[in-house]
Design a protein around this ligand. Structure first.
Ligand SMILES: [Zn+2]
Length: 489
């Protein structure tokens, strides 16, 4: 037995030595059987499991391990809308989320519509040579976002990027959904236009194959699947796309259009998408797509310490926002809170009527609940500034009749009233408020700030919170001087 072991060991050693000298081991390793693409879309700042998904520390534990084990055959992609939606990410304009994406090993992210929420520069500064901002290590892609009437893509955004994995050149084209400008607040999208991504993707795919030596071309989008995927599936020859990554619609979805897989992976870190290409001699044999949830791999059970450290670091800075300011006196349902916000906007701007949307009110409060600024953020998570204008009564009546909450007055349809609302309602194309308004004033403050100010004042004055109290601006009165507004237009 011993002899056999010795002989075997000797034989192996000799074989390995010969192997080292004669065969260039590196080339051997370049021939991969697979190319693995991992994918996440619409994270919406859900860094911790509080937001319903698995959180980035657990999702990251899986992704970091995959990339460490197979660095030469793994790509990690993001489908846009990664940063906006939670207090911890929004408070830092997504800097922490961007850092975590780098730590986890993301290679590229598509630009989502919510990337415009704070003005595009707040996000693109991570991708430009900006000494004052964190500099992202991954690419930020959208081939169809241009300044209106030009072919110029905003600085920090690239139309495509090339990567070498599994011994192949992989071209990734980014795109945002056609017409998604309408889901963005008009002043924020400014002078940008989202062109039809389909002809642009076709032209770029052909270019990447014929000019850049791409062996595989992927389309990374912040766009829903249906129309886009069907049209892309008709691309031929050099222009063909090998897989589409969808986003924006938050669906868990996998389709095959011919051989081409298309995947969307929910939202809020609920799922990790996986597209695996099987390769033979550098040719794709087939491609299989899957969505993995937290039960599909034990690595999702453990938070990665490096990601946890980044989350904790930033969380410490905003700890005070989680401190209880006061307590709720009675249950405050969502409609109470929507109505409360409408009354605050009316009062703080000296308007005739205030309007807030029920959909912009996302949580309720139970009797005795501790109220913190973080809790207020759960209720009003949108960074919407307040807008006032003068508008005809019939438009205001329409708004009051359609699932909005109003600090009501009796409206004469033929009269003109001063209305205060959030800029989401103001710019929403489903109503004609903006079109029929005059004397439009974009206020410097957000409705969330108003709520924080009043909560704070109430805590000091009454030590309790009840939305049915009369709105009293207290010492915040001076913040909101209607005679001294900030005029943007
Ligand atoms: Zn979106």
């Amino acid at each position: 037995m011993r002899n056999l072991l010795f002989v075997t060991t000797l034989f192996l050693t000799v074989f390995l030595l010969i192997g080292c000298e004669d065969t260039p081991a590196e080339e051997e390793h370049d021939t991969h059987d697979t190319l693995d693409i991992y994918y996440m879309n619409d994270l919406h700042g859900a860094l911790t499991p509080d937001e319903g998904g698995m959180g980035m520390a657990r999702a990251g534990n899986f992704l970091i391990d995959e990339k460490e084990q197979n660095p030469d055959s793994t790509l990690i992609l993001a489908g846009g809308d990664m940063l906006q939606g939670t207090l911890i990410s929004n408070h830092f304009y997504g800097e922490n989320t961007t850092k975590i994406m780098d730590k986890v090993g993301f290679d590229a992210a598509a630009v989502g519509n919510h990337e415009f929420d704070w003005g595009l520069e707040k996000v693109t500064r991570y991708y430009t040579d900006n000494a004052d901002a964190y500099q992202a290590e991954h690419d930020f892609l959208a081939a169809n976002i241009v300044y209106e009437g030009t072919d110029t893509i905003p600085e920090g955004i690239e139309p495509y990027a090339m990567y070498e994995r599994s011994g192949l050149n992989i071209g990734i084209i980014g795109a945002i959904g056609y017409g998604l400008e309408s889901s963005i607040l008009a002043p924020m999208v400014e002078d940008c236009e989202f062109k039809d991504p389909v002809p642009i993707a076709e032209e770029k795919a052909e270019y990447l194959r014929s000019e850049k030596g791409a062996d595989i071309v992927l389309l990374l989008t912040h766009a829903g699947p249906d129309d886009l995927n069907t049209r892309v599936s008709f691309f031929e020859e050099e222009a063909r796309i090998d897989a589409i990554f969808n986003g924006h619609t938050h669906q868990e979805r996998i389709d095959y259009l011919g051989d081409m897989p298309a995947i969307e992976s929910g939202s809020n870190a609920e799922l990790i998408g996986h597209v695996q290409f099987t390769l033979e001699d550098g040719e794709i044999q087939n491609a299989v797509a899957n969505n993995l949830d937290e039960n599909d791999d034990s690595r999702f059970d453990t938070p990665h310490p490096d990601v946890t450290a980044i989350i904790d670091d930033y969380r410490q800075e905003i700890d005070h926002l989680f401190d209880p300011v006061t307590q709720a006196d009675g249950n405050q349902e969502r409609w109470h809170l929507a109505d409360w916000m409408a009354r605050i906007m009316k009062k703080s701007t000296d308007a005739d009527v205030g309007i807030h949307n029920y959909g912009g009110t996302r949580d309720n409060i139970s009797d005795g609940d501790d109220l913190s600024i973080a809790k207020l953020y759960d209720i009003f998570p949108f960074d919407n500034p307040v807008v006032t204008s003068e508008a005809p009564g019939h438009i205001i009546q329409d708004l009051m009749d359609s699932n909005n909450y109003a600090a009501k007055v009796d409206i004469d349809p033929d009269e003109t009233y001063k209305i205060a609302t959030n800029n989401y309602i103001f710019h929403n194309e489903r109503n004609s408020l903006e079109a029929l308004s005059e004397n439009i004033i974009h206020k410097e403050f957000e409705m969330f700030e108003l709520a924080v100010g009043i909560l704070d004042w109430k805590a000091d004055t009454y030590g309790r919170f009840d939305t049915t109290d009369a709105i009293d601006l207290g010492y915040y009165d001076t913040w909101f001087d209607p005679e001294d507004p900030l005029e943007i237009e």
